[in-house]
Structures are given as C-alpha cells and as structure tokens.
Design a protein around this ligand. Structure first.
Ligand code: NAP
Length: 451
C-alpha cells in the first residue's frame, strides 16, 4: 500500500457547485490520490448556515461557519461562495497564507482579478479559475497553457446559457422574449431576477476574464462594452432566420488595430449579433455554451459543452484542484498571470464590424438614392440592400452602392447589409438616417459577426 502525503483542502460554500465538489472529493478520494500522488483531505466546509438543507448528504462534522479558521493551515482553498465580499477577503487570506486558491467566481475575478493575482504572485501561490467561464468547458487552461505558444486573435463566445436558451426558443419555437424568459425561469435556467443574464452583465464579466488572459493585458470590467438582449424582437429573429442567420448574445474579445492611430489594441464587448447559420456557433442550442477561438497558427478552434450546472461545474473545479495538488507534490512556482503585453483597450467606437440596418422609408422615386447617399457620406459602404414593397413587387435585392427606385406602396422596408465599418461612423450614419425626411422609422440595427 502506497503511503501518500496529505494535502488539506478547505471548501468555502456548499451550494449547487460546492456540494458536488465535496461529494466527488469524498467519493473519489483514492482515485485522486493515485492521480495526484497525494491524499486530498477535505478538512472542512464553510457555509452561512450549517443546518441548511443540502442537495447532497455530507458529513455534518465537516461544516463550520468559521471560514477564517478553516483557511489557516489549508494547502488548497476552494472558494465557491460567490459574490464579492466576503469571498474577496477569504481568497486574500488564503493566498496570503500561501495556499493555492481555486475559484469559480467570475464576478470577483472580473472586478478584483489584478489584486488577487498580485497577492498570489507575492507569495508564490496559484489562483486557478477554470470554472469561472463557461462552466464545465475547458477554456481557461487551453488559453493559458495549450495556446501559450500561439497568438490568439479573436474569441467569440456564447458564454451565458440563459440568454442562449431564450434566443434559441425565440428562433426555434417562435416565442416572444417574455415567453421564452418565462420558460427559462420555469426550467431553472434563469434566476428570479434575470438582469445579470439578459442585461449581458454576466457575459461581460466572462469577456473581461477571457480578454485579459488571451491578450496578456488587464481588461477591466468597465472597459467591456455591453448590450443585453432585452431589445431583441420577434421580428428581428424572424428576419434573421429568413436571411439565413441567427441572433446570439456574443462575448467578443478581439486583437485589433485602432483605425485612428494604427496602433495595436484589444476590444472586449458583449452584444446580440447576427451570425450566419453555417457558423459553428449557430449550432449551439438551448442553455449550452461554446467558445470559438481564432489563433494565428492553430486556426479556428471550438470549445463546446455545459456552461453551468452544479456537477458539471464541479468537474472544472476538481480539474483545478488536481492541478494545484500536483504542483504541491512536484513543487515549483507555477504559472504567474501575465499582463506583459499591456495593450490599450479600445472604445466601442473604434470597433470595425459589419451591420444590418432595417429602415422604413417613404416609397417614392429617389428614396433609395437618398439613403445610399447618406450611407456613403457617413463612410459606410453598402454590401446588400433589400427592399420589400408589400402591396406590389415583394423583395428586390441590390448589391454595392447601386440604388433602385421603389414604386407602388406608400412605405417600404429596406434591409441594408453593410461592409465593415467603424462603429463610430455607423452610429453617426444611423443618426443621419433617423433625421432624414425619407426615413420614417429605424426598426433594427444589428451587428453581424462571425465572418
Ligand atoms: P450557491 O448555490 O448560491 O451556494 C453558495 C454557497 O456559499 C452556499 O453554501 C452558502 O452557504 C455559501 N455562502 C454564501 N455566502 C457565504 C458567507 N458569507 N459565508 C459563508 N458561506 C457563504 O452558489 P453556486 O451556484 O454553487 O455558485 C458558486 C460559485 O460558482 C459562484 O461564484 C458562481 O458564480 C460560480 N458558478 C456557478 C455555476 C452554477 O451552475 N451554479 C456555474 C459556473 C460558476 P449556505 O448554504 O449556508 O447558504
């Protein structure tokens, strides 16, 4: 029988994820010992209420409300409480005592990441956070280790299961946003207060974490541009379907050249965007997550799976526990978080992408020429323009900047697809269109991603 040394693991939190981590640590102790070369001893579980009912039956004597005492003397601390305080304080206590810390807390990392990584570096401890982005999907380790010899250029992520579930219901079942949200709540995919999900806040936290890691640059949460899905209408979803596209809430992290200065920078942003139905991300249904990575040498990579769930997320947490434990056995300083590139984070106005603009216009000779002129004056080049004239000719498609004259009905709808344009130019052009006599309404402006 092999005599393994003991590694003391302290768990902070025994909710959806923590209770599963505790269960698996207790059930698979021998297996972990063989994999790690040390016995992982769960020394205690800190919670708010030791008598609260739990999903999993765990030994009563492990529970405590005294997290600080538990942290003292632990080799590895697993923070699964969530929220900023007291989680931040406990993580700092653990790191300062030399313990490695594993967390799934995206809110904490997105707001206090640099402080925590600095504290870890000071004492040579490690901070692991695989579960903080996209639940069970391995994405942090691939970005940090597997792609360490490559150059990540762009990440497009569906990193919020609730919004993907809602948009998918709207697309596949034709439900309104309100109905799809009600279904998501009924099935436990949405919280009682869904703001963090549908407002894009949760996805923005994950975008900040991914962009910081991928571009070796600190990307603070307040530099992540964010739009949620609350404005998405059934007609936008229907129009996208007819055009062979689908609307997804995307977290986009991109290495780009500032169109004004020519200097390299990065952009991190979250918004609902159109993507072609043939794009791999279009096939991500329900509450699943996926992260599409474009790297210089590796090309396109896609990571797909469960973005949440107690036991699924516990898998990612335990992968980190095993990594931390192996480091304790083998020794060495581990990998420090790198921000050496220190690239500027560009404003949303500097972002360059394609757009789809849907307008109602007066249907009279010369209208299309006027619209085309406004776009061209704004520096926005038209790729396609589709005019639907309900009472007469149906739809007419034109390419480039050529204009056609509508006839017959008193108003018509124009769907304009642009070539790549700078966001600031596009915004000014949309304002000019709104002010024009020939435009009666702008019903939708959506970015087009994934090309
Ligand atoms: P949860 O179900 O709300 O559980 C939180 C746990 O932390 C509970 O056991 C609670 O104790 C304990 N806790 C909270 N505040 C505390 C305090 N002040 N002192 C001591 N204990 C405290 O949370 P969860 O869903 O497991 O999520 C945990 C973390 O994982 C979060 O950061 C979350 O963002 C992240 N995450 C979750 C998922 C998921 O699918 N759930 C997916 C990815 C990442 P009591 O039980 O006594 O109330």
């Amino acid at each position: 029988m092999i005599e393994y040394r003991n590694l003391r693991v302290a768990l902070l939190g025994a909710g959806s994820v923590g209770s599963q981590v505790a269960r698996l640590l207790l059930e698979q102790g021998d297996e972990f010992a063989s994999r790690v070369g040390a016995k992982l001893e769960l020394v205690g579980i800190a919670v708010r209420d030791v008598d609260a009912p739990r999903d999993v039956d765990l030994p009563r004597e492990l529970f405590t409300t005294d997290a600080s005492s538990l942290i003292l003397g632990a080799d590895i601390v697993v923070e699964l409480m969530g929220g900023i305080e007291p989680a931040r304080g406990y993580v700092l206590e653990a790191l300062n005592s030399g313990a490695d810390v594993i967390t799934a807390n995206k809110a904490l990392l997105a707001t206090h990441g640099p402080e925590l990584f600095e504290a870890a570096e000071q004492v040579g401890a490690q901070l692991y956070y695989e579960a903080a982005v996209a639940g069970a999907i391995p994405i942090i380790r691939p970005l940090r280790d597997s792609l360490a010899g490559d150059r990540v250029n762009r990440i497009l992520g569906i990193v919020n299961g609730t919004t993907n579930f809602i948009l998918d219901r709207m697309d596949v079942n034709g439900e309104s946003l309100q109905d799809a949200l009600a279904t998501a709540t009924e099935r436990g995919y949405a919280e009682a207060d869904p703001t963090a999900d549908i407002g894009g806040y949760d996805a923005a936290q994950k975008a900040a974490i991914l962009a910081s890691l991928a571009f070796h640059t600190t990307v603070p949460l307040d530099r992540v541009y964010r739009e949620g899905i609350t404005g998405i209408t059934t007609s936008q979803v229907d129009a996208a379907r007819e055009a062979g596209a689908v609307i997804k809430l995307l977290a986009i992290c991109e290495r780009m050249t500032d169109p004004e200065t020519g200097e390299e920078g990065v952009s991190a942003r979250v918004y609902p965007a159109l993507i072609d139905r043939h794009h791999p991300l279009a096939a991500v249904h329900g509450a699943h997550n996926a992260v599409f990575v474009q790297a210089g040498a590796a090309g396109d990579l896609m990571f797909y799976g469960a973005g949440a769930g107690g036991v699924e997320t516990a898998s990612a947490v335990l992968g980190d526990v095993v990594s931390a434990a192996r480091r304790h056995v083998v020794g060495g300083p581990g990998v420090a978080e790198s921000t050496h590139a220190d690239l500027p984070v560009l404003d949303i106005g500097r972002v360059v992408t394609r757009y789809q603009i849907t307008l109602d216009v007066t249907d009279q000779p010369g209208v299309l020429a006027s619209v085309a002129r406004i776009l061209s004056d704004g520096g926005v080049s038209v790729e396609t323009m589709q005019q639907s004239v309900p009472s007469t000719t149906g739809a007419v498609v034109i390419s480039g900047n050529a204009a056609i004259h509508g006839a017959g009905a008193p108003t018509a709808t124009l769907v304009i697809g642009t070539h790549e344009a700078e966001e600031a130019a596009l915004a000014a052009t949309v304002e000019a269109l709104a002010a024009s006599d020939v435009v009666t309404a702008i019903s939708s402006v959506l970015r087009v991603e994934g090309s």
